[in-house]
Ligand binder design. Structure first.
Ligand SMILES: [Mg+2]
Length: 407
């Protein structure tokens, strides 16, 4: 194969597959991971059996139950999934250092630099496929092509459990017959416009000149023009710096009490600080999300002068954003979340040091205890207050203990 050798590797129905592996009695059953049917969260992963009923990731659990009442609903165990994910990436990085973690169960590999080691490309694909199946016990799909866009499109064709390789001479033909919504640049809005123009296949889109797409879709039009031709020069990014880290909670009952919500926000900020510290990352942007009882969702973000990692500083930024979102107690919230993004490695240089070294030392000590004994082992006064109101569930967030508090 000429050009770059890019692989996209994705474990099929990851969380559900791990559950089936650990509990063989679940084989062949519609497994839905994310929470119990009466809970208010969303589906994280649905097994292929559950997908037949229309259940998919992101669907509210209660809706999933309506569609598939016979489904096996599980809250899931994220520590176990993490362990499988680590094993997955360890296996892959044995093939090339050019490995990108797209998500817990999804990777891009660039074998271009190592191609001398793999003279029989197709055989290497089959070997990786077999080894993941054998060593992790999980079904995986692999797409291979000359860039990330095409490799990912190939994986979608390979699912579940297959390997699809697109040789450069076959790229054009492969793209032509795919539905246009397979392209990442085609969201629901673009899809509606394209449908009106009678554009269904990527081949139909290839007929549009760049200027026409630009006038129809603005900046996104330029991207669409390239995507329709299978052009994608994005490199495989090996850095382990994630794009963002976020923590959120869907409450069992809507909450209007502002003090309680702020205490919960403080708890989420603390949970956010742990992975930041573990990875040595600092956040340039803090974002707070609130979802009201009518499902209307609003976010506020703040770009910081100096990137942050310290718990007090992150909470102070989140606190201001939250008050901006939630100025009064007129509405109640069903979800609150906090996100750190534009992350950078290492401590940035700053002219200002608003927090003392003493405070930083204290933060480090708190995180060390939590890393070793779990988040709930050490609680701040604010969290202790929350704990009195909630049952602290091992790193999965709080579950409301006293329903009357929300009245
Ligand atoms: Mg997957």
């Amino acid at each position: 194969m000429k050009g770059r050798w890019i692989l996209h590797i994705d474990i099929d129905a990851f969380f559900a597959a791990v559950e089936k592996l650990l509990h063989p009695s679940l084989q062949g059953k519609p497994v839905i991971v994310g929470g119990l049917p009466h809970e208010r969260g969303v589906v994280s992963t649905a097994s292929y059996e559950a997908r037949k009923y229309g259940v998919h990731s992101g669907l509210p659990l209660q809706k999933a139950y309506q569609l598939c009442p016979q489904g096996v609903f599980l809250r899931g165990n994220y520590q176990i999934y993490e362990a499988f994910s680590e094993k997955f990436f360890r296996l892959l990085s044995g093939y090339t250092p050019d490995t990108e973690k797209a998500s817990m169960d999804e990777a891009y590999l660039d074998l271009t630099r190592c191609r001398i080691l793999y003279p029989f490309f197709s055989r290497t694909l089959q070997e990786i496929h077999r080894r993941i199946q054998k060593e992790l016990g999980l079904s995986v799909s692999i797409g291979a092509a000359s860039n990330k866009l095409l490799a990912k499109l190939a994986t979608a064709q390979a699912k579940p459990g297959g390997v699809v390789e697109i040789e450069p001479e076959r790229e054009k033909e492969f793209l032509k017959n795919l539905d246009v919504e397979n392209l990442p640049g085609v969201g629901p809005k673009a899809q509606a416009i394209l449908r009106m123009l009678n554009v269904h296949k990527i081949g139909d889109l290839q007929g549009f000149p760049r200027a026409t797409l630009h006038s129809l879709f603005g900046l996104n039009g330029k991207e669409l023009y390239l995507q329709a031709r299978g052009i994608d020069s994005r490199p495989v990014v090996t850095s382990s710096v994630p794009r963002s880290i976020s923590r959120e909670t869907t409450f069992l009952k809507d909450i209007w009490n502002q003090r309680l919500l702020l205490a919960h926000l403080a708890y989420l900020c603390d949970r956010l600080v742990l992975p930041l510290r573990q990875k040595g990352l600092f956040a340039h942007v803090i974002e707070v999300t609130a979802r009201y009882s009518d499902f209307c969702t609003e976010t506020r973000r703040k770009t910081l002068l100096t990137p942050l990692q310290e718990r007090g500083e992150i909470f102070s930024a989140a606190h201001d954003l939250f008050l901006d979102l939630f100025p009064s107690s007129r509405n109640s919230l069903r979800l609150v979340g906090v996100k750190a993004s534009e992350l950078v490695e290492g401590k940035p240089l700053s002219l200002f040091e608003p927090y003392s070294p003493k405070q930083e030392k204290l933060g480090g000590a708190v995180e060390q205890v939590r890393e070793k004994y779990g988040f709930g082992s050490l609680l701040t006064i604010r969290e202790k207050m929350l704990e009195d109101l909630y049952t602290l569930k091992k790193d999965r967030g709080f579950v409301l203990k006293t329903a009357s508090l929300t009245k």
